[in-house]
Write a protein that binds this ligand. Sequence first.
Ligand code: ZN
Length: 206
Amino acid sequence: MADEVAAVEKAGADWLHLDVMDGHFVPNLSMGPQLVKALRPRSKLPFDVHLMVAPVDSYIEAFAKAGADHIHIHVEAGPHTHRSLQHVRDHGVKAGVAICPATPPEALGEVLDLVDVILVMTVNPGFGGQKFLSSQLPKIRTLRKMADATGRDIRIGVDGGITPETAALATQAGADVLIAGTSVYGQADYAHAIDALRTGGAPRPA
Ligand code: ZN
């Protein structure tokens, strides 16, 4: 895994997105804080940790201590998103809130003052390799407006089904962080794959 992390770092990735799945909030299991901690000294990339975990509060400290630079929690993970985001901020890491396809953008309206990144799920979380849900594009546009209205610097990430084609749709709708799994790790040339996401598949201007 460390070799693969080094390979995407060398290929030009900006962040390393780590999907933490609990087998309860989402129907799959992935990694715990020990793995994040073991990887931390092997990479200079910011670690963008996506907690698909419910309840989440008792895990925030462990991932912050393991070396997360950003921690995303799900607005659907429990009734106290505001408190969970406060916990994340208390650990001095950037706070992200992730939102599933079925959840309307207004669900984030009362927590935007605590948020550095909004993570719009463009698949149902739990598995890699799923198809981009273009039904989420209006939500990205709405959240871009809501985020800009705060006057704060809030990034909008898209997570799920990102390819050069869907990356272009997402960025046109207002996203500025593209999370990719299959469309980088499923390709032979990681640098070429990352470049293709940045340019929407078009050749980079000379
Ligand atoms: Zn993710």
